[in-house]
Design a protein around this ligand. Structure first.
Ligand code: ATP
Ligand code: MG
Length: 386
């Protein structure tokens, strides 16, 4: 008998009338995430999705993929056992002795969907609970807040499992519209994308590329980050925008203290243009107050003024250490710290203005043929699906 994987989801239960829509979206996302795994059957009942792989050896890799699917609160791997109390107890002891030896309190939760089984759920709890107490002298029963929940299910066969693996949480990708992530090669923007993606927002990404000032390796790094994000959101289109002309013109025509802000306004404007074309209703950046000169409140106001679309900055109140912690958790950190240059660092002024006046920045930007530059950048954009 093969193990089965049970998936529980949380917040989407709250959605009342929309619940079936959210559930089927989650199941669709799960199927997509598991499309390269062995054949399996997937069905759902009572806020649980049951995944039954045809080949037991793919359980571990299924679990790894499920850990990245937004909307999943917890994942358990259940072990089959004959519908017999001795067998159920033995299966628990064989597979969970490490957890049960390390805990001090537990509780048994029994579910009997096969009503022909000779014991009721309370009787199963009492019997299995008593036997575990004997087998693991370290344990005592705590029905209110046990360290370990032991589940025994009697279905077409018996199953046992513990509450174990945390899912990614959040809401199913695609359940809350679509937004455009400004993705650099740094630590922050992938984390920002993850955070908004977690709320069920489908993502596309845009990257400003200043060839030959930034190399193909820098582009590959961004695509690699995009691929990691796609592991959570299902898929990701990355729009690669040629940005060299704009940067050179800014460098030649604008006062040095405004270089970064004029460049950031162009980034926002081009992003909004492409976002509108792609049906996105917001932009996402990895900015956080005061992190660099272009992220003071005054500078953010100048950047914001360039667009009408809402700009989501989920890292706005976070310290770098907190951002790094998330980036490690979501596996983008190691890629983000690879030493490839970003277009912003190549053209960074020595003395950027930290208290910019919008009117003055506008004067600087207006020296350029803004509309033509934006049109050309949009036209030259290449789309890569990662
Ligand atoms: P990150 O670590 O994400 O690179 P940062 O601290 O280096 O951020 P900036 O370089 O000022 O900060 O960029 C702020 C935000 O602007 C980034 O988080 C990202 O959303 C966006 N951004 C910066 N450079 C690019 C780029 N080349 N392409 C797309 N977006 C970019
Ligand atoms: Mg950066």
């Amino acid at each position: 008998m093969n193990r089965i994987v049970l998936v529980r989801y949380g917040e989407i239960i709250l959605k009342g009338m929309n619940r079936p829509v959210f559930e089927s979206l989650l199941v669709k996302n799960i199927k997509k995430a598991l499309k390269d795994e062995c054949p399996m059957s997937i069905h759902w009942a009572q806020a649980t999705i049951y995944i039954e792989p045809e080949d037991d050896s793919c359980v571990e890799s299924i679990v790894e993929k499920l850990k990245r699917v937004f909307g999943i609160v917890s994942i358990v791997v259940a072990y089959p056992a004959a519908k017999d109390i001795d067998e159920l107890e033995q299966t628990l002891a064989d597979n969970f002795s490490a957890e049960l030896s390390a805990a001090s309190t537990f509780k048994v939760i029994a579910k009997r969907s096969d009503k022909t089984f000779h014991m009721t759920s309370p009787q199963i709890c009492e019997e299995i609970g008593g036997r575990l107490l004997e087998r693991f002298p370290n344990l005592s029963v705590d029905v209110h807040s046990p360290e370990v929940n032991v589940y025994v299910e009697i279905r077409e066969t018996g199953y046992v499992h513990l509450d174990r693996i945390s899912g990614a949480g959040g809401m199913p990708s695609g359940s809350n519209g679509k937004a455009m992530l400004l993705l650099s090669g740094g630590i922050d923007s992938p984390v920002a994308g993850y955070m908004i993606g977690k709320r069920g927002v489908q993502l596309e990404a845009i990257h400003f590329f200043s060839y030959p000032y930034t190399s193909d390796r820098a582009k590959d790094k961004v695509l690699k980050l995009g691929k990691i994000i796609a592991g959570y959101t299902g898929s990701l289109k990355v729009h690669i925008v040629p940005f060299t002309d704009i940067q050179l013109q800014i460098r030649d025509k604008c006062p040095e203290e405004h270089l970064t802000l004029v460049m950031r306004r162009f980034m926002m404007q081009i992003s909004q243009r492409i976002a509108e074309k792609r049906g996105c209703s917001a932009l996402i950046t990895g900015e956080s107050i005061g992190q660099v000169a272009s992220q003071t409140m005054g500078a953010l106001a100048v950047t914001d003024d360039a667009v009408t679309m809402p700009v989501f900055r989920p890292l706005i109140g976070m310290d770098k250490e907190e951002i790094v912690e998330i980036s490690r958790k979501i596996d983008t950190y190691e890629t983000s710290i690879l030493p490839y240059e970003d277009c912003c660092t190549v053209f960074t002024p020595r003395h950027p203005s930290t208290k910019p006046k919008l009117a003055k920045v506008l004067l600087s930007q207006n020296q350029l043929d803004i509309e033509r530059l934006i049109d050309e950048a949009v036209e030259g954009t290449e789309i890569v699906e990662v």
